[in-house]
Write a protein that binds this ligand. Structure first.
Ligand code: G3P
Ligand code: CA
Length: 238
């Protein structure tokens, strides 16, 4: 089972910041995970929520702020300030770590819609990573997976099941022929039969406790996203 640092080393450092990714990439884990959104001026930034209030000293929506405006806020701590990270900056950092994989999650619904996937692919091209098998794109959005298949069929595309699908998608249907399927720990615990369903690799999030990490490994999970990659390495080994 492969270990992925969820939002960087987010259990110890401010999530999705440069320091969180630098610290994660120092570890012998399989990869790192990030969320991306478009700013008002069309720049991809590595931010999870639509609003920046939870993770910065600023207020407002990513989609309504320019990159220059986002740069004014601190996404780190008082003692260790961090600027908002762009996907370009993360790709540059990632390029120095040829042993690691990168899982890029496109967030939806957003005002920019399909432009998010188009821009991710463009930034990958600029970074020389478009054909790199270490790149994986993941999303809760079925249309996003369909788009990825149409635009870049060679890329690994992992569809994350939404919580509501327990009721709304009981047949576990997935559009765009995903190459992997994601599952929350909560849902996997309730229905372990979903692990390995459709003959596809299973990506499990967010698994921080040693007991859950061992459970995931023993139930055939392929990829585990964790805020505590250091703990995961201690529990599972390399
Ligand atoms: O890695 C998948 C997981 O990150 C999905 O949930 O809300 O943490 O983006 P969320
Ligand atoms: Ca995510």
């Amino acid at each position: 089972m492969e270990i992925i640092a969820h939002r960087g080393y987010s259990g110890r450092y401010p999530e999705l910041t440069r320091v969180a990714f630098e610290k994660a990439l120092e570890l012998p884990v399989h990869g790192i995970e990030c969320d991306v959104r478009l700013t008002r001026d069309g720049k991809l930034v590595v931010v999870h929520d639509a609003e920046i209030g939870r993770v910065s000293d600023g207020r407002g929506k990513v989609a309504q702020l320019t990159l220059a405006q986002l740069r004014e806020f601190n996404f780190g701590t008082e003692s260790s300030p961090q600027s908002v990270l762009t996907l370009d900056e993360l790709l540059e950092l990632f390029a120095d770590h040829p042993e690691h994989h990168l899982y890029i999650e496109t967030k939806h619904p957003v005002p920019h819609g399909r432009i998010v996937e188009e821009q991710v692919l463009m930034r990958l091209r600029y970074a020389g990573l478009y054909d790199d098998p270490r790149i994986h794109v993941i999303s809760f959005s079925q249309p996003a997976i369909v788009r990825l298949r149409a635009l870049a069929p060679h890329l690994d595309r992992i569809r994350l099941r939404r919580r509501v699908e327990r009721r709304l998608n009981p047949v576990d249907l997935h559009l765009g022929r995903p190459t992997g399927l994601g599952l929350s720990l909560e849902r996997a615990r309730a229905n372990p039969g979903l692990i390995g369903r459709h003959g596809l690799p299973t990506y499990l999030w967010t698994v921080n406790e040693p007991e859950d990490l061992r459970w995931a490994r023993d139930h055939g999970v392929d990829l585990v996203a964790t805020d505590e990659p250091g703990t995961a390495l201690e529990v599972l080994g390399r």
